[in-house]
Design a binder for this molecule. Structure first.
Ligand SMILES: C[S@@+](CC[C@H](N)C(=O)[O-])C[C@H]1O[C@@H](n2cnc3c(N)ncnc32)[C@H](O)[C@@H]1O
Length: 218
């Protein structure tokens, strides 16, 4: 289900232009295989953020087949940026696909493993810092991802979380018709309350794509 009016979404999608032909093909492959790649309007917003913030280092949590990491790569190259993009994937099958899809992109590094553990190891010595962190992985673990991610930021870094409205279920459980997402809804609401009142960041909750939060670290 769209979280906004279908006609509005269709209209916005009609204005979407892929950054290049390879990305168009990769999106088509992802959608055909039902891989949950970022939605078109989420993608364009992230690309705009890259142009605005000009990050030197981006971290993505949740690579899947590498579509969004490839978008970041193309967006940074187009913006004339020498950005280092790191993406972490826990699922070995997705990681194998991503490795192939990202092989030609010199500015992307794929790490296999649990992003919580990976970030925790980096965070312990605070040697690794990112200007932009995109959280797009297991919804019930967003709080854990956030708490590790924050340690890898500086004032002005941005943390973006995807799918926070979970097809509107976060806003109203009547959209969870079979009651299958009760736990996810609970965790996501707790997480959004947590970041909305988090002293160290300024957060916006936006009805873009499947819902996105943008938090600027203070
Ligand atoms: C929504 S998909 C990512 C889509 C991708 N960002 C894109 O738009 O092309 C979420 C991915 O997060 C991965 N994931 C889930 N928990 C994870 C964790 N703890 N560490 C790393 N990856 C994780 C899943 O295996 C899945 O591939």
């Amino acid at each position: 289900m769209n979280i906004t009016n279908d006609k509005v979404t269709d209209y916005i999608y009609s204005l979407y232009r892929p950054l290049n032909e390879k990305l168009a093909l990769l999106r088509a492959e992802g959608e055909k295989r039902h891989v949950p790649v970022i939605l078109r309007d989420s993608e364009t917003m992230l690309v705009s953020m890259i142009e605005m913030n000009r990050p030197a280092a981006i971290l993505e949590i949740g690579t899947a087949i590498g579509y969004s990491a490839a978008v970041f790569s193309a967006a940074c190259t187009r913006a004339g940026l020498d950005t280092k993009i790191t993406t972490v994937e826990i699922d070995p099958l997705y990681a194998a696909d991503a490795e192939k899809n990202l092989a030609d992109l010199g500015n992307v590094r794929l790490i296999r493993g649990d992003a919580c553990k990976v970030m925790n190891e980096w965070g312990s010595d605070r040697q690794v810092i990112f200007d932009m962190i995109f959280i797009d992985a297991a919804k019930s673990h967003y709080r854990e991802f956030w708490d590790e991610a924050v340690k890898l930021t500086h004032p002005g870094s941005v943390i973006v979380c995807d799918n926070i409205l979970m097809q509107a279920r976060t806003a109203d459980e009547s959209y969870d018709e079979r009651g299958r997402f009760t736990t996810n809804i609970k965790y996501m609401r707790e997480f959004l309350n947590y970041i909305a009142s988090y002293e160290g960041a300024v957060t916006s909750i936006l009805p873009v794509g499947d819902g996105m939060s943008i938090s600027v670290i203070r």
